[in-house]
Ligand binder design. Structure first.
Ligand SMILES: Cc1cc2nc3c(=O)[nH]c(=O)nc-3n(C[C@H](O)[C@H](O)[C@H](O)COP(=O)(O)O)c2cc1C
Length: 205
């Protein structure tokens, strides 16, 4: 970790997080952003494949185009930064040696690369793209909590035209979107939590 920052507890971050759609008009501290990504980098993924890739949009012109692609949802330009969370399994597959733990003996590394390669090459690009998305969604969750813990607010969004955003960022067709996340200091409170009772969503066996 590069910076020793006063963060909230995990419980506070989870309890206080709400979708915020109006933000204070001040830029995000670059070091804070760096720290947020240092935390998100630690998200877990199956076989440690880490398919998540993050595009931080701060350019006003590009944010306006993103907002248009998000059917005019105004939180996109209200926020000083918008993080586009994508998943790129083709990049993972092309660079499998990077994901294998450096501490493994050489022959074990080769074995692991061969196993992973056989597994994912047996799937279509679309199916492994969807598989990668299940992993990237974990990082999306971590990202929201890290942002909140660092004193910022956010709004997860899937309401956007993926083809348009793909074109705006120049992303290849195989890249999947977990969502976009406007972030910044909040300038509104958001809605109170409305959630199912535990007895609907939790079963003990
Ligand atoms: C994957 C995902 C996509 C969402 N898409 C949008 C969206 O496009 N626009 C929006 O205003 N809110 C969006 N939301 C926010 C939800 O409406 C919100 O999380 C939910 O109502 C619970 O409220 P809270 O986030 O304030 O706790 C999305 C949330 C998630 C998790």
């Amino acid at each position: 970790m590069t910076k020793n920052i006063e963060t909230t507890s995990v419980q506070q971050a989870i309890e206080s997080r709400r979708s915020i759609r109006k933000y204070a008009q001040q830029p995000i501290d670059r070091e804070d952003l760096q720290h947020i990504f240092e935390l998100v980098r630690l998200s877990p993924s199956a076989w440690n494949l880490q398919p998540w890739r993050f595009h931080v949009v701060i350019n006003e012109d590009l944010k306006q185009k993103l907002e248009d692609a998000a059917y005019g949802q105004k939180q996109v330009t209200s926020a000083p930064a918008v993080i586009v969370v994508t998943s790129d399994m083709e990049d993972v597959l092309a660079n499998l040696t990077e994901t294998v733990h450096p501490g493994l003996p050489e022959e074990r590394k080769e074995e692991e690369v061969a196993t992973l390669s056989a597994f994912f090459n047996g799937m279509s690009v679309e199916d492994r793209g969807q598989w990668g998305l299940t992993q990237t969604n974990i990082a999306f969750g971590f990202l929201m909590i890290a942002v909140q813990g660092m004193g910022y607010a956010s709004n997860p969004m899937l309401g956007f035209d993926q083809d348009k955003v793909r074109e705006l960022l120049g992303l290849p067709a195989h890249v999947k979107f977990a969502g976009i996340l406007p972030i910044g200091k909040p300038n509104s409170e958001g809605h109170p939590h409305h959630r199912f009772d535990l007895n609907k969503i939790v079963a003990f066996h």
